[in-house]
Ligand binder design. Structure first.
Ligand code: FES
Length: 210
């Protein structure tokens, strides 16, 4: 995990405030918590601020959320800099979060990293056409389908350098590649098909109790 810093001042917008719709939505989130505990809504509010800001969190947005929740700016900054789901610098239209934790590394994440470097550039760099950026993140909780990446809201799993390249090329061509395993595997079922309960006589469909 690399140090996460705010974007340089020259790319930071001077101001940010929730749109009318987002402010109304944020008030609904805050109302879910007991009186005096409104700060518990910080993660959804930062997330909504990131969406409104175009996929990343300017410093002004973090400050706005802190003020919205009547909390110290530094507390909101701590949350925003801790979670890699919050992008502190501008990102591409398709932002790749590449899992670089041990199970994914053992299954080929280094090869995926090379694809990112070759096709996108260094981590944090946005391609000239504004389409792609990537970062390495810690475990995304899909180790059983390692190696994997998250692109915007979707997981792409059981990747090889070749299939990952195809996914990126599809996005670049304006297509929407199918998320999930990039093999014929069914979700996280065993590779090659079921290995247990393979005898149909164990569960006859005509058997009913009572
Ligand atoms: S180690 Fe990559 S998803 Fe868990």
């Amino acid at each position: 995990m690399s140090v996460r810093r705010l974007a340089p001042a020259d790319v930071q917008p001077k101001e940010f405030s929730f749109s009318k719709e987002n402010a109304a939505w944020a008030n609904v989130q805050v109302a879910k918590y007991p009186a005096g505990r409104q700060q518990s809504a910080i993660i959804p509010l930062l997330w909504r601020a990131q969406e409104q800001a175009g996929g990343w969190l300017p410093e002004a947005a973090i400050r706005h959320v802190a003020e919205f929740l009547s909390m110290a700016h530094i507390r909101a900054l701590e949350v925003a800099t801790f979670y890699t789901m919050f992008n502190l610098e501008p990102v591409g239209k398709f932002h790749v979060q590449l899992c670089g934790t041990t199970p994914c590394v053992l299954r080929g994440a280094e090869g995926l990293k090379k694809v990112c470097r070759d096709k996108i550039g260094e981590p944090g760099h946005v391609t000239g056409d504004g389409k792609f950026s990537w970062v390495e993140v810690e475990c995304l909780g899909a180790c059983v389908n390692a190696p994997m990446v998250q692109i915007n809201a979707d997981y792409f799993e059981d990747l090889t350098a070749e299939s990952f390249t195809q996914v990126l090329d599809a996005f670049a061509a304006g297509k929407t590649p199918k998320p999930g395993p990039q093999t014929d595997r069914q979700l996280s079922a065993p590779v090659g098909g079921p290995t247990t309960l393979t005898d149909p006589s164990l569960y006859p469909t005509s058997t009913r109790l009572g």
